[in-house]
Ligand binder design. Structure first.
Ligand code: MN
Length: 132
């Protein structure tokens, strides 16, 4: 089966720098799961955000950062698995010098009306560069 990938640039209101995304598995009533790929260019990161139903990240290339609000920033690398618990504020992105590629897996709770992501404020340069 041929697959045409529509690669989209993450919108500037939700990302700092360039993050390139494409969907791999669309949500449907059988699997209730959304899977996609994101490549963050060096220095690029998401805004702070929340997933009402949580999120799993599989890091497939490069070096990046992940941080849960109130916890130290974590360095993540190819092969790492990151679990973002439901309704926990966090961000993820590339390291300053090396891009980071991730697969994201989102479980879509049946009948939930909370959505898959709630976007919050940008990660400031100070937050991005701080290890705390
Ligand atoms: Mn996330």
């Amino acid at each position: 089966m041929a697959t045409i990938l529509l690669i989209e640039l993450g919108p500037a209101q939700n990302f700092t720098g360039k993050a390139w995304a494409y969907g791999l598995v669309a949500d449907d009533s059988t699997y209730n799961t959304l899977v996609g790929n994101v490549y963050f260019e060096p220095g690029a990161r998401s805004n702070w955000h929340i997933h009402p139903a949580g999120q799993v990240l599989l890091i497939t290339d490069g070096v990046g950062y992940h941080q849960i609000k109130g916890q130290p920033r974590q360095t993540i690398r190819k092969g790492d698995v990151v679990k973002c618990p439901p309704s926990v504020m966090h961000w993820h992105g590339a390291s300053p010098d090396t891009g980071m590629q991730q697969l994201y897996i989102l479980h879509i709770l049946p009948k939930t009306e909370k959505g898959i992501v709630k976007w919050l404020q940008p990660v400031t340069d100070e937050e991005y560069c701080s290890e705390k």
